[in-house]
Design a binder for this molecule. Structure first.
Ligand code: HDL
Ligand code: ZN
Length: 413
């Protein structure tokens, strides 16, 4: 194939391969109001709130005192009317509006609001997933979240939405949440004494049975170390990782957050720090029967993560997370991964918080992944190997879903 034929083949294969989106904050319709969608939610995304405070003379406190629609109106006027929406997150809203043939340059949100308010969520999910080229998404499910826990009393069954058991409140903030565990009937103790470890193991077993999660997950600070003399380290080693092995599911480690550096801006208040990835080295080496999904938040940690993935076959790097999910950085990360790992990694997840975000996040990601992948095949062709459409399809299928399905045991290995 010529380079031009390779590029068009890669793009058409990527566009026609439905992805399994392995990490999102979306919820199936049976979670009710927890599932965010529509133009007001799209505009009050914390990425856009952060950008608002840089472009408008409004304090966070004044902004938080507004209602959701007023907040959305202020963001629309500031970032889309008074300024060109050239950032990643603002351009994303433009792409979503265009996908539904809505004007992206309107002075107000009247037409967009009328459109979304007329949508019925179940059909809307199908339409959004079709536009995004997504077959399934993995949610982020927190059994200690008081808003979510009741939903699991009578769980629905929506095969488009898979569960992931999120453990931040237990592993990072046990002192603030141990009493919630106690109230759910687990004999845990402040500080982790007594039967805490075995009771956390029982808690995990109960929730795996209830949620059927594809993996367990935790986000970790840039200061995360393993092993260390801490309750987190003990719970990870003695409860969480054994439970993952017992249930045949991976552990997702999402490392490098500096939490709430500016609490005034709430969800937008987290930042990034370079982590010591020897923690990943220790975990992969000392727990060879566990499988790890790992994503890191610092661009400086990405190359190390690639190297570790070459050392440990039980390490699956995934995604260009959060502050890295920008075309310039996604390109760099994807290229170094292809160069060092071939097709043995998971290039991306959307991290969508609002349903329709999967449309733009996957459109933007496919564009960048296609360019990186095409360059690799053009080099292969010029170095002496004929590239076929079938070879491209096989690699794309592997990266966009089969690697994950194999890793989580939901497909024949
Ligand atoms: O911890 C996480 O899963 C992060 O993705 C946070 O939710 C973060 O606020 C986010 O939405 N990043 O895209
Ligand atoms: Zn996330």
């Amino acid at each position: 194939m010529t380079p031009a034929e390779i590029r068009s083949t890669v793009s058409s294969v990527l566009d026609s391969t439905p992805v399994l989106d392995i990490h999102t904050h979306t919820f199936a319709p049976w979670f009710g109001a927890l599932g965010l969608w529509g133009i007001d939610e799209l505009l009050t995304y914390h990425y856009l709130e952060a950008e608002l405070f840089r472009s408008r003379d409004v304090t966070p406190e004044a902004y938080w005192s507004l209602g959701k629609r007023e907040q959305a109106d202020l963001i629309w006027e500031t970032l889309f009317v008074r300024n060109a929406p050239i950032s990643e997150a603002t351009r994303g809203v433009v792409a979503v509006l265009k996908a539904f043939n809505l004007p992206a340059d309107a002075e107000n949100l009247n037409e967009a609001r009328a459109f979304f308010s007329a949508r019925r969520i179940d059909e809307h999910v199908d339409a959004v997933f079709a536009l995004a080229g997504v077959s399934q998404v993995v949610m982020t499910n927190d059994p200690l979240d008081p808003a979510e826990a009741p939903c699991w009393q009578q769980p629905g069954n929506d095969p488009r939405f898979l569960a992931a058991l999120r453990l931040d409140r237990i592993l990072n903030r046990f002192d603030a949440h141990w009493e919630v565990l106690q109230a759910q009937g687990y004999a845990v103790e402040r500080g982790g004494g007594g039967r805490t470890v075995s009771e956390i193991r029982r808690f995990l077993s109960d929730w795996v049975g209830r949620m059927r999660p594809r993996y367990m997950a935790v986000s970790l600070p840039d200061t995360f170390l393993f092993p260390e003399d801490s309750l987190r380290s003990r719970l990870l080693a003695e409860a969480v990782l054994p439970s993952c092995r017992e249930n045949g599911i991976p552990m997702a480690l999402m490392i490098g957050v500096r939490y709430q550096v500016n609490p005034r801006v709430r969800l937008a208040g987290d930042a990034v720090g370079r982590a010591d990835l020897r923690s990943v080295e220790n975990l992969c080496r000392d727990f060879p029967d566990n499988r790890f999904l790992v994503t890191v938040l610092s661009r400086e940690n990405q190359h190390e993560l690639c190297v570790y993935a070459r050392k440990f076959a039980n390490l699956m790097p995934f995604g260009c997370w959060w502050f890295l999910n920008n075309p310039s950085i996604v390109s760099e990360i994807t290229r170094e991964r292809i160069e060092m790992l071939g097709a043995s990694f998971i290039p991306q997840h959307s991290d969508a918080r609002i349903l329709e975000q999967v449309i733009y996040k996957w459109r933007f990601s496919r564009r960048v992944i296609a360019a990186a992948l095409s360059d690799a095949y053009v080099l292969l062709e010029s170095d002496g190997r004929t590239v076929t459409r079938e070879a491209i399809r096989r690699d794309v299928e592997r990266m966009m879903r089969a690697n994950f399905e194999k890793w989580t045991g939901c497909a024949a290995s």
